[in-house]
Design a protein around this ligand. Structure first.
Ligand SMILES: NC(=O)c1ccc[n+]([C@@H]2O[C@H](COP(=O)([O-])OP(=O)(O)OC[C@H]3O[C@@H](n4cnc5c(N)ncnc54)[C@H](O)[C@@H]3O)[C@@H](O)[C@H]2O)c1
Length: 259
C-alpha cells in the first residue's frame, strides 16, 4: 500500500464519530483519500472531521434512516465526486438473554447492525458501479463466530453480517466491487470502556481469554479494514478477517500448560 493509496478516492464511514469508525476515517485520510465522516451523533462526526481537516466532510447519519443514507451518499457525490469505498461500522449491543429481551430491543440491534448494511449497500452500489468498482468493508465481530452469553441479538446480527458479506461479494464481483468483513475481538473503544467500568477489575474480561491477553487498540482493527479496501487486497472478496488476538483460534486448556 503506497502512502497515497487513496488519492482521488472517496470513502463513506458510518459510526465514524468514535472508536473503530473514527480510526478508519483517520487511516483513510492519512493515505490521501477524502472521507465522509458520518455518525448518529453530529457533534462526534464534526469533531472527527475537524481532527482530519480539509479532506473530511461531517454528516449526521442514523443508519436506521433510509433517507439519511440516501442524503449521505448524494453528499459524497456532490462534494467529492463519487463513492469508492463504504465502511459499515455503526453497531450497538443490548446485552439481554432472549427471554428478557423486548421485541423493540431485538429489532433495534438487528436494524442497526445488519439491516443497515442492506440500506447503505443498496444506495452505494450504483455509485461504485459508476466509478468502475469499489470496496465495501463490514465490521462484524468475533461474536458472529462464537456466541456470547446474553448477546443473542448481537451475535445473530454479526453472524448475519458475515454471511451477507459473502452474498454481496458473490453478487457484485461482476461489477468489480469487493465486499469483505473484519471480525474484531475486544477493542478499546468508548463503548467497551463503559462495559469495562462494570467489571470487577475495571478491565476487559474478554481480552484475558485471548492468547495475546490484551484488547486491540482501535487502529489495530482499522488498519486491517483499510487493507481490505486497498489494492493490496485486489483478489480478496467474501472474506471475514478475524482480528481478535487469537480469541477464537482455539480452546485454552490450563492443564496442558502444567504438563
Ligand atoms: N469495540 C469492540 O470491542 C468491538 C468488538 C467487535 C465488534 N465491534 C464492532 O465495531 C463497530 C464499532 O464499535 P465501537 O466499539 O467502535 O463502538 P463505539 O460505540 O465506540 O462507536 C460507535 C459509533 O457509532 C455511532 N452509532 C451508534 N448507533 C448509530 C446509528 N444508528 N447510526 C450511526 N451511528 C451510530 C455512535 O454514536 C458511535 O460514535 C460496531 O459495529 C461493533 O459492533 C466492536
Amino acid at each position: 500500500m503506497t502512502q497515497n493509496e487513496f488519492a482521488g478516492k472517496v470513502a463513506l464511514v458510518t459510526g465514524a464519530g468514535a472508536g473503530i469508525g473514527r480510526s478508519i476515517a483517520l487511516e483513510w485520510s492519512a493515505r490521501g483519500g477524502v472521507v465522509i465522516v458520518t455518525d448518529i451523533d453530529p457533534a462526534a462526526a464534526d469533531s472527527v472531521a475537524a481532527e482530519i481537516g480539509g479532506s473530511a466532510h461531517a454528516m449526521k447519519l442514523d443508519v436506521k434512516d433510509r433517507q439519511a443514507i440516501h442524503d449521505a451518499v448524494a453528499t459524497s457525490v456532490q462534494v467529492a465526486g463519487g463513492l469508492d469505498a463504504l465502511f459499515n461500522v455503526a453497531g450497538i449491543n443490548i446485552p439481554r438473554n432472549i427471554e428478557e429481551m423486548a421485541e423493540d430491543e431485538w429489532y433495534a440491534v438487528l436494524d442497526t447492525n445488519l439491516t443497515s448494511i442492506y440500506r447503505t449497500c443498496k444506495r452505494a452500489l450504483p455509485e461504485m458501479r459508476k466509478r468502475g468498482g469499489g470496496a465495501i468493508v463490514n465490521i462484524a465481530s468475533v461474536a458472529g463466530i462464537l456466541a456470547e452469553n446474553r448477546c443473542g441479538a448481537y451475535s445473530a446480527s454479526k453472524g448475519g453480517v458475515m454471511l451477507l458479506t459473502r452474498n454481496l461479494a458473490m453478487d457484485f464481483a461482476k461489477d468489480n466491487i469487493r465486499v469483505n468483513a473484519v471480525c474484531p475481538g475486544s477493542t478499546r473503544t468508548p463503548r467497551l470502556e463503559k462495559y469495562w467500568q462494570r467489571s470487577p477489575t475495571g478491565k476487559s474480561e474478554i481480552a484475558v481469554l485471548a492468547p495475546m491477553r490484551r484488547s486491540a487498540e482501535p487502529e489495530e482493527i482499522a488498519r486491517p479494514a483499510i487493507f481490505l479496501a486497498s489494492s493490496d487486497a485486489s483478489y480478496i472478496t467474501g472474506a471475514s478477517l478475524v482480528v481478535d488476538g487469537g480469541l477464537s483460534a482455539g480452546i485454552n486448556v490450563p492443564t496442558f500448560e502444567r504438563m
